[in-house]
Design a protein around this ligand. Structure first.
Ligand code: FES
Ligand code: FES
Length: 236
């Protein structure tokens, strides 16, 4: 007996196989059309997310003062500070968030300036190592670094000073272990960890308060600057 589905199609009737073939092709065509549409939509969305390279004006709150700069949107906070605002205390060492030499404080938190774009930190409170010097006085973290000889080449020093300040602000009575962990994001190639740790520990434990008196900037600069950089002098 002949399979009714094998009957030739007629204008009046379409067999099941032809119907399925037809709907399959239609579905495939619809899927292709949908995929093309979605791709076009995704491309349009991606295009909308691409930021222009055209320089834009940024206003940054640094060390309690408003600073204006005009930078490309891709400019990091580190580059903006050093190249556009002449705040060269934070150092550009690894530029890949590994060493901590570029540490600044943003809204109370120690942050690598090389990991932030200048445009994204507008409206935030930024403190650089220059902000730890006020006229003829310096932050007692700097004084403690000098006292404990916590610097050699000095390249990591501004970042460490800022990191210690941010850490002690959040943990004013930290113990040795907490200090070591808290400063784990900063690297010193010269190996001055002993002096840095002692400086932070002395400030945290509150001992020898007299040694923490603020020292004149001139004395600090004379004592701590070597050849390359100095946070107290603001050298590059
Ligand atoms: S320069 Fe930013 S972490 Fe090294
Ligand atoms: S003092 Fe030289 S890298 Fe730290």
């Amino acid at each position: 007996m002949r399979d009714p589905e094998d009957r030739p199609p007629s204008a009046a009737s379409v067999n099941r196989r032809d119907f399925l073939k037809g709907t399959g092709v239609a579905a495939a065509a619809t899927a292709v059309a949908t995929a093309v549409h979605e791709t076009a939509e995704a491309q349009a969305k991606a295009a909308a997310n691409v930021t222009s390279t055209k320089p834009v004006a940024v206003k940054l709150n640094i060390n309690g003062k408003a600073h204006d700069a005009t930078v490309e949107p891709r400019t990091t906070l580190l580059d903006c500070l050093r190249n556009d605002l002449n705040l060269t205390g934070c150092k550009d060492v690894c530029d890949t968030s590994n060493c901590g030499a570029c540490t600044v404080i943003i809204d109370g938190k120690a942050t690598y300036a090389c990991t932030k774009l200048a445009i994204e930190v507008q409206g935030k409170k930024i403190t650089t190592v220059e902000g730890l010097v006020n006229g003829q006085t310096v932050d007692d973290v700097i004084t403690a670094f000098i006292k404990h000889d916590a610097t050699q080449c000095g390249y990591c020093t501004p970042g460490f000073v800022v990191a210690v300040r941010a850490f002690l602000n959040a943990h004013p009575a930290a113990n040795l272990d907490e200090i070591r962990k808290g400063l784990g994001g900063n690297i010193c190639r010269c190996g001055t960890y002993d002096g840095i740790t002692k400086a932070a520990l002395e400030l945290a434990t509150g001992k020898k308060a007299a040694d923490r008196l603020i020292a004149p900037v001139a004395e600090i600069a004379a004592a701590c600057c070597h050849e390359t950089s100095c946070c107290a002098k603001g050298g590059a």
